[in-house]
Write a protein that binds this ligand. Structure first.
Ligand SMILES: C[S@@+](CC[C@H](N)C(=O)[O-])C[C@H]1O[C@@H](n2cnc3c(N)ncnc32)[C@H](O)[C@@H]1O
Length: 201
């Protein structure tokens, strides 16, 4: 064991690649995961609630779409699959997560439309019709707030952000904080202790 967190930039935990299987909206996914990334052995239950309860993009959505904190890429791969014309940007500080997301994009035949990049490498002029995230709560409240203040303003005027946060990890206080920042926030769904928040301007 090492002291890696899942948000370590360059994990030293042995990769030991493995497969994660799940289904969303009637489609089956088999993605590659590895040690040193978030929820390496299964689709995270919060991510599962998000993908089950939020409104997935329409089949003709062009995007661009953004997945903040892509991990091994489950949200990115679902978005790219259900919206086969959309460009999907995936950001993560963890380089192994970015590499897995790139590999998994190829597994769902979306290699040409998925860009998994470090946050500073996302071109500054791209804006997003939708932002999706199971955000990193364990980085601490200040960093989480900075992350959201960095990316939410890049929604298009009629864009929508979908966030999932466990209630016991501060889902309701995050909801209140977003409202204080001037965002329209709707608790779209609540399941298994997770809040699915729909955020608009
Ligand atoms: C809760 S995990 C979700 C991972 C993946 N989306 C999933 O659903 O399995 C949050 C992710 O955010 C990443 N992360 C942490 N700080 C970040 C930051 N400042 N910018 C982008 N990603 C970050 C972590 O490395 C981690 O992969």
């Amino acid at each position: 064991m090492t002291g890696d967190h899942y948000f370590t930039a360059e994990p030293t935990t042995p990769a030991r690649p493995r497969e994660v299987e799940f289904s969303v909206a009637g489609r089956d996914y088999t993605l590659t995961s590895a040690g040193g990334v978030f929820s390496a052995d299964r689709l995270d239950p919060g991510t599962a609630v998000l993908l089950r309860k939020a409104d997935l993009p329409a089949a003709d959505a062009a995007g661009p779409l953004l997945d903040i904190g892509c991990g091994f890429g489950p949200i990115t791969c679902v978005l790219a699959t259900v919206a086969p014309a959309a460009t999907v940007w995936a950001v993560d500080v963890n380089e192994r997560a970015r590499a897995l997301t790139t590999a998994n994009a190829a597994r769902v035949d979306a290699a040409d439309r998925v860009h998994a990049v470090a946050p500073d490498d996302l071109p500054p002029d791209v804006t997003f019709a939708q932002i999706w995230s199971n955000p990193p709560i364990h980085v601490g409240k200040a960093e989480l707030h900075d992350l959201l203040l960095r990316w939410l303003p890049r929604l298009t005027p009629d864009g929508v952000a979908w966030l999932v946060v466990a209630r016991h990890l501060g889902g309701d206080s995050l909801h209140r904080w977003l409202v204080e920042q001037g965002w329209q926030v709707q608790r779209h769904a609540s399941q298994k202790g997770y809040r699915v928040l729909r955020v608009t301007r």
